[in-house]
Design a protein. Sequence first.
Length: 293
Amino acid sequence: MATYKEASIQQSTGEIRIWTFDYTDDLLSGVTVASGTATHTPPSGDAGSVTVTASSPYLYLQVGPLSVTGQHYLDGLATLSNGEKSNITLAFTVNYPTLTARSGMLDIIRDLRAKTDAGPNDFTVAGVPYWSDKQLQTALDKNRQDFYRANAEPQIQYVGGGTTEYKIYYTGIENIEQTTGGTAIFWIEDADGDKLSSDDYTMDYERGVITFDTDHGGTAYYVTGRTYDLNTAAANIWQQKAANAGKYFDFSTDNHSLKKSQLMQHCLEMSNYYSSLAGPTTIQMYREDNTWA
């Protein structure tokens, strides 16, 4: 027996996805799915390899990454325990590329997911699932502040016998993007503008705390990088979740009442909550005739 189906969700080019093929309707009493094979047909170019796993009444077909966008087809041919065969053809669309987030953003994105309950398949708009790491990074980039030569305050530490040392420095800046290319995104420099090697210190990017490997004697240091307002980003995402929830409506039967509109109200309340936690936006301005030492 052959069945044709069209997927309601899309797959991105770089995504590896496992599609579930259900053969329940083709199974007689006592008959199971014993094994299966599969083929992939792209709109152009070479077909991708498909990994097949049988677990009656299903075949699980893993495919990806895919090289081209457009309409793709998967044919899953199941061999049943009685020797019969059943085929399902699935048509699915690949309409968007996989865009990965910057590696230095992954910890911040993780925290934003926790604040917004944003899973990778929270909802779908025009076949595109939300929220990927890249989509959350875009929300964060809209709430980014760049800082230049911000002062790092040394913290005196008493190590016994009246001896002091300065290994810990506080920047007062939280949620800093981690450097992903030496000193390409975040760096520390001295008063002369010379950058320090990242091998000389450990950086707590979430709290903005520098821990040097050796005593630096209170020497002045400055930091340059990017920081993100997680609370404002979270408020914006909850607004988008509310917009999606706006399609739901309440309905009642004789014995049940479902008030799905409460979901939208909940999202708006969460947006207001995180808006109340967001810090003020500050901008540092410099005169054009000012010369840096």
